[in-house]
Design a protein around this ligand. Sequence first.
Ligand SMILES: [Zn+2]
Length: 490
Amino acid sequence: MKKIEYLIAKIAGKFALQGTKLGKGMGKSFPGYLFLKIASFNGLKLLAKNPKCGSIILTGTNGKTTTTKILIRLMKNEYKIAANYESNTINAITTGLLNDNVDFGIFEYGIRDTIHGIPDKIQELVDPIGVVYTNISREHTQVGGVKNRFEDYLNAKSLLTKNMKKGIIISNGDNPYTTYITKNKEKESEKEGYTLKVNYFSSILNLETTDKKCPACSKNLRYHKYENDTLKYPNKNYHCDCGFFKPAPQVKLTEIEINADRWKFKVVGSPYNYFLKDKFSFDFTSDFPPIGLHNLNNGLTAITAYASFTSRPEKFEDNVKKIFSEIGKDILPPGRFEIFEIKKLDDTNQKNIKVKHVGLGQGDNGEALNVNMKFMKLIMKNNNLHFIYTSPDDFEEDIFDDHLKVIEEAKPLKVSVLPGRNSLKMGEKAYNIIKKMYDSEFHPIVDQNERINKIHEIILSSDMDYVIASGCGEEQKMWETIKEQLRKNL
Ligand SMILES: [Zn+2]
C-alpha cells in the first residue's frame, strides 16, 4: 500500500481516538474501524509494528476479560502499554494499536468460530509474540441459527497460533483442549526449529470438570490424583491410552488459604522468559480478594503471562505481590458470579435474624456453572441448597447437558427453572428433565424485566440457607441488575 494512505488512515484513526475519549460506546472499536476502512488489512500489518516489543493476545472460553485486566496491571507497572478488552474484535485491536510510543499491545480476542472471527488473519496481521489460552469449553454451540460443532470451535481457537513461529504461548495445562493445541504446536516448533516456546500453568484447585473426551482420539480421558495430594481440593491429572497426557506445568499454584478478607496463595514456577531467552525461577506467597476460585485461576494465568514477558525477572516477585495487593473487587466484570450474605427473618420471631448465602451470576457454559458451584460449596456447611437455574437457548442441548451434570453434583433440595434466554421451549425441556429428579418449579418467563423481578423474588422468599442463581443470561442486563437489587437488601 502507499505510504500516504497509511498516514491518512492513521491520522483519521487517531483523530477518532481523540474524539472518542469524550464519549462512550463505540470508543473501543470506532477508531480502529475507521483506520481499517481507509488503510485495510495491509495498513494494520504496518500499524502492528507500533508496540516496540510486540503484542500479546488473550483468548479462551472463560476468564478472558479478568485475565487481560490483571495482566494489564502487571505489565503497566513495568512498561508503557496499549490495551483493549471486552470488545473482542479486530476493530478493537486496531484501536489499541493506534496508540504511539508503547512497549506492548495487550488485547483480548474472542473466537467463536471461523465464520464470526478471523483468528488466522489476526495472527498474520498482528503477529503477536504472546498468545494466552485461558481455557476452552463448550459454549454458544449455536451461533446465528447455525450449529457450531465443538471440533470447529477448537479448530478456530487453534488458528490463532497456527502460523506462529516465535514468542511464547501461555497455555492452561489443566484444560485438555488448550493443552492439545499447544502440544501440537510445541512438537512442530521443535521439528521445524522455531524459537516458539510454551509455558503451561496449572492450579492445585483444578476447577475443570473431569468428564472430558480426549481431544486427540475422542476416547474418555482418564483422571488420577497427584501422588502426594493431601489437600481438600482433588487435583486431577489426565491421560489417555493413546499417549496424550497432561504436561508438566512451568507455573503452578500450589497452596491456597481461604480467609474472609483476603485469600493467600503460593505460586511456584520456572517459566521460559522472552527476554532472557532462558528460564528463571520463583517461589512466593501473595494474596487475592475473595472473589471466586476461577478469578484466582485468572490471576495465575496473568502471572504466567507476565513471567513470560517481564524484562526484570529479579523484580518479578516484588512486582506481582505489589500489584496483587492492590487488586480488589473492582477487577470483576459486571454480571460475574458473587456471593452475598443476606438476612433472613425468622417467621416466628422477627428479631431472630439468620443469614442466608446467595451466590449469583453468569454461568453460560458447563465450566462456568461448575466453578460457580464449587465456589458456593466452599462456604456451604450443610446441603440446604436452592438452585435457581436459567436455561440456554434453542439447539443448545449440549450446554444443558453440561449444566445438568453440575446440578446433579450440587444435589439441591429445590430447583427453580427459568428460561435464561429467548427460548421458552428449551426452558420447558430442561424443567421436564429436572422435575423428575428434584422438587422443582418452572417460571415460563422470557421477558427480561419480568424474569429479573422473578429471580429476585425467589431469592428473597427462599427459606433455604444457601441459594445459587446461575446459568444463561445477559451479563450486564440480567445478572448485574439482580445483583444491584440484592445490594439494596443487604
Ligand atoms: Zn486419546
